[in-house]
Design a protein around this ligand. Sequence first.
Ligand code: ATP
Ligand code: MG
Length: 304
Amino acid sequence: MTDLQAGRTESFIAPLRVVPGKKVDLAADFDPKYEAGVAKKADGVELLRVGIELLAEYQRRLAAEQTRGVLVCLQALDAGGKDGTIRHVMSGMSPQGVRVANFKVPSVEELDHDYLWRYARRLPRRGQIVIFNRSHYEEVLVVRVHPENLDRQRLRASARGGNIWKRRYREINAWERYLTDNGFRVVKLFLNLSKEEQRIRFLKRIDVPERNWKFSAADVRERAHWDAYQQAFTHMLNATSTEWAPWYVIPADRKWRARLCAAAVLAHTLIDIDPQYPKMSAPARRELANARKELEEEANRGSG
Ligand code: ATP
Ligand code: MG
């Protein structure tokens, strides 16, 4: 990766970043149809192909180095395109080095623990990339929009009182800081879908038989809370976009562009980490040379 390519990736993703400390308003500041300088789908698809190759190479290096890890947090409203984004971003990667963790409604066992417990259990190892399909941010999104979820968490009155959301933001920021300091980068992607595009995608799930299985009446009911979600996203972006783990708002109304932007943000992180294949020690190099000699002699014997 040349400095020029690194610079291009940086300027491509800079408009998507929520600058830490700067107040943003989701509706006013981020357009789900933002073009990101790539107007034509054919160009976007070609760029994505190149990006996926680059991700694959960096992932191999990350796995070989076994020192740092990457956690990708993916948040979106229903039909936001999480699955397709994950499929594309991972497509060139080696299955051993990458894993997806899906987070649904918490189980009884999960509710028996503190709220970050289930996320902590599925963090990456050194050398690994883990994608959280929904993440610990659900704890300040769906739980905030539907506070009855808090009842199930069986918090003591003192843990619910005051400003619980402010406290959760603080705890999440501190947790991510801890992970970053210990060698694990946290990449946060919010797929920003417009209400009209969500309506169109739901209709497609009803009208196209191959997509019927994806349709959920509960998703349509959840749409009634659209404004509350937009507010919760805005609060989340303002409170948890930090120097060590900034948020990126991905324009999601065009699937190909969302995938390209997500791949670019992840590539940017990996370029910055710049993992290296381990250097062979002198004894290890000697061992390789001996092994080579043995293998060559075997061939000589075979042919002789
Ligand atoms: P897909 O629909 O593409 O399979 P999904 O992530 O939407 O993927 P679902 O099983 O449809 O998966 O939905 C999971 C549900 O779990 C979502 O409605 C989400 O809001 C909910 N959820 C996730 N985390 C929590 C949480 N901590 N507390 C309460 N609900 C949660
Ligand atoms: Mg769903």
